[in-house]
Each structure stands twice: as structure tokens, then as C-alpha cells.
Design a protein. Structure first.
Length: 405
């Protein structure tokens, strides 16, 4: 019961901060598009800078998290994000807001989010038994998906009532609550910090690429995530400028994604047990890839259906991949494995986001959406041609410090 209580505190803190972040996910691009009249290239740059810290600092973050107290990391990253996001409405009120400030906020909050997410995912395996990892990861994804359901619809209304810069105040305020939750959390005991000889930037990478299951998983996820990032920064631009939709519709479409993702978190454990971890991952990536085709049509019901299928797919592939990674990584390298994964998969999205604006400018937005879909299907093919296809249950743990080639 004690460990479950500590997991609940972590879950509540992450739920509240994720809800605020869901508002900013809509409001920050709208600040750029509506308030600052950003171009497609500037939108791509903003999206790229948001995730660039994962590529630049990801491996270092794993080393730091494996050595620093996790509770302290959670507290100070929440405080930092509160101050950074609060600066946007403050400067907007003075009439001094510029795209350069949004770039700076995107980068700095990205660094803090990297540290916070790495710390929270590193902590989960120490809070629940190995056999409950699937359930814990479903719960962890549930809070993100609940935020995706409630946050965007609220953001659309807040942007129209308060304007986009001041809607970001909701996210800033959410970090007050998550800071309190982190402060009340009792950090569980951890394996001793690795010896200096084991604290290498390559330790997590060697574990990921040295394991016969994790290797195709990280390659597949990296390709699919990079392709998905090509369409991400174009969605708001496409809906508002190409289809002349309102900010409220943008919020509604993202709410459809979130609602389906919430349903997916409840379905994912049972789906994994029924079809196996590998087939769950494959089916999830396939469903997520359909979103670009739905946007391409420009038909409102199809767009909303595509968002719903993408949300469901996200949960169906995210739960098994998180569970596999946490179950197979040695405890003393958990932070480095987690950060290495995020460097490759999330950090790799920097390339996709940066290229999206250039490709959309050269070829137009609709063809870019189809190119992104083809890239996601390529990632699916990598996993389908690997041992993941036949994986049903969690493999045996890898011995600490060794790979399973």
C-alpha cells in the first residue's frame, strides 16, 4: 500500500501538470500563428526547438538522473517551468512579445521537461512490481491522455476569451500543484549510483542496440516518430489557414485525439494480453499513421475520425514499448536507457519538425502530410520484419550490465 500511495502522488502531480501543458500545446502555436503571424518555416522552427533539447541534452540527462535524487529533479523542474511559461503573458501584457521569446521558452521548458519526464519514468519501476508495469504504464499514459482530452478543448475557449498568451497562464499555474505533489513524494530506495566507469553517454545506447528486442523497437519508433513530427507543426497551420477552421475546432480535433487515447489506455493491457505485445505495437503504429491521410482529405468528419484513430493507436503502441523498455533495462542504468530512448525517438523528431516547414513550402501542405504517412509506415515495416512481430509476453530480464544480443 505504501508504494501504491507514492505512485498515486506521482500520478496526480503528472496529471495536473500535463493538463496545463495540453493547454499550452494549443496556445503556444496559436500565439505564433494568430498573435505574431508566424510563417510555416517559423512554425516548424518553434516545434523543432521544443523537442531539440532531447537531441542535444538527452544522453546527459540520463547520466544526471541516475545520480541526482529524483524527487529533487521533479520539484525544481516544475518551479522552472512555472517561471518560464508565466513570462509569456507577462511580456505580452507589456506589448513586447516576439517570436524569439517563444523560441527561448520552447527550448528551456524542453530541457526541464526532458529532466522531469526522465526522472518520473525512471521512478516508476521502483514504485510497482515488475508484473504490474503494464498497469502502471497504462495509468501513467492515462493522465497524459486525460490532459489531451480536456486541455485542447479548454484551450480553444481560453484562447478566444483571454487570447493565446494569457491562456498559457493555466499551464504555469498547474506547476504549482505538481510542485506540491513532488514535495510530498517519498522517494523510494534506488540501486547504488553506477561507478564512474559505467557512467558513460553511450551506456544507454549500448543497452538499447545490444538487445534483440529493444534494437528493432527503438529503430521503428525513431523512424515513425520523425515522420509523425513532420505533420505535427503543420496541423494548426493547415486547419486555420488552409481549411479556415476556428481555434475552437482546433481544440475539438485534439480533444477527439485525447478521448480516443484515454479509451486506448483502458484497452491496451487487455489488447496486449490478447494479441501479444508485438502485435499491439504494430497495430498502434498503423492506426496512428492514418491521421495524415485523414487531414489530406480536408473533410471534417474524416479529420475527426483520423484524430480518434491516431489517439487510439498511440496508446496501443506506447504501453507495450514503455513496458518492454522498463522491464528489460538494468535498474542502475534505467535513467540512461530512458534518456537514450528519448534522445533517439523524441529528439529525432527535431529533424522531422524542422524539415516539415521547408517541405510544406516547397511541395504544399497536403503532399507533406502523405510523405509523413509513408514515413510512419516505414517505421511499422521495420518492426514487422523483426522478432517483435512474434513477441507475446515480457521476455526474461537481461542480467544487469549485460546485453542480450
Amino acid at each position: 500500500m505504501g508504494r501504491e500511495g507514492e505512485f498515486r502522488k506521482l500520478w496526480i502531480g503528472q496529471l495536473v501538470s500535463a493538463s496545463g501543458s495540453a493547454v499550452t500545446a494549443v496556445a503556444l502555436p496559436l500565439v505564433a500563428v494568430v498573435t505574431l503571424q508566424a510563417s510555416a518555416v517559423e512554425m516548424g522552427a518553434l516545434a523543432a526547438l521544443t523537442i531539440a533539447p532531447h537531441l542535444v541534452f538527452g544522453l546527459l540527462a540520463g547520466v544526471w538522473v541516475d545520480r541526482w535524487p529524483l524527487r529533487r529533479v521533479l520539484i525544481w523542474t516544475d518551479v522552472g517551468r512555472l517561471l518560464l511559461l508565466g513570462s509569456v503573458p507577462a511580456v505580452a501584457a507589456l506589448g513586447w512579445l516576439r517570436i524569439e521569446q517563444l523560441y527561448a521558452v520552447a527550448v528551456l521548458t524542453g530541457v526541464l521537461t526532458l529532466l522531469s519526464d526522465t526522472a518520473s519514468q525512471t521512478m516508476i519501476p521502483s514504485l510497482v512490481p515488475r508484473e504490474d508495469l503494464m498497469r502502471a504504464n497504462s495509468a501513467a499514459l492515462l493522465n497524459l491522455n486525460l490532459a489531451s482530452t480536456l486541455g485542447p478543448s479548454a484551450a480553444g475557449v481560453l484562447v478566444q476569451v483571454l487570447t493565446a498568451p494569457f491562456a498559457i497562464l493555466v499551464d504555469a499555474a498547474s506547476y504549482v500543484v505538481s510542485t506540491i505533489a513532488a514535495y510530498l513524494l517519498r522517494e523510494p530506495s534506488r540501486a547504488p549510483a553506477p561507478e564512474r566507469s559505467e557512467v558513460r553517454l553511450s551506456a544507454g545506447l549500448r543497452m538499447l542496440f545490444g538487445h534483440r528486442m529493444l534494437r528493432p523497437l527503438v529503430v521503428s519508433a525513431g523512424i515513425a516518430a520523425m515522420a509523425g513530427a513532420m505533420q505535427g507543426p503543420l496541423v494548426v497551420l493547415f486547419l486555420i489557414r488552409e481549411l479556415d477552421r476556428s481555434p475552437a475546432f482546433v481544440g475539438l480535433s485534439m480533444t477527439m485525439f485525447g478521448a480516443a487515447a484515454v479509451a486506448g489506455t483502458f484497452v491496451a493491457p487487455a489488447w496486449c494480453r490478447r494479441v501479444g505485445l508485438g502485435h499491439s505495437y504494430l497495430s498502434g503504429v498503423f492506426l496512428a499513421s492514418l491521421n495524415g491521410v485523414a487531414l489530406f482529405t480536408g473533410v471534417t468528419p474524416v479529420i475527426l475520425l483520423g484524430q480518434a484513430l491516431a489517439g487510439l493507436g498511440m496508446s496501443l503502441f506506447a504501453v507495450p514499448q514503455r513496458t518492454l523498455r522498463q522491464a528489460l533495462a538494468p535498474p542502475h542504468l534505467m535513467g540512461q536507457v530512458t534518456a537514450s530512448w528519448r534522445t533517439l525517438v523524441i529528439g529525432g523528431q527535431t529533424v522531422g519538425a524542422a524539415v516539415s516547414g521547408v517541405v510544406a513550402t516547397a511541395l504544399h501542405i497536403r503532399p507533406t502530410l502523405l510523405i509523413a504517412t509513408a514515413g510512419m509506415l516505414a517505421g511499422l515495416l521495420v518492426a514487422a520484419c523483426s522478432p517483435l512481430r512474434e513477441l507475446r509476453d515480457l521476455p526474461e530480464e537481461a542480467p544487469a550490465g549485460r546485453s542480450m544480443a
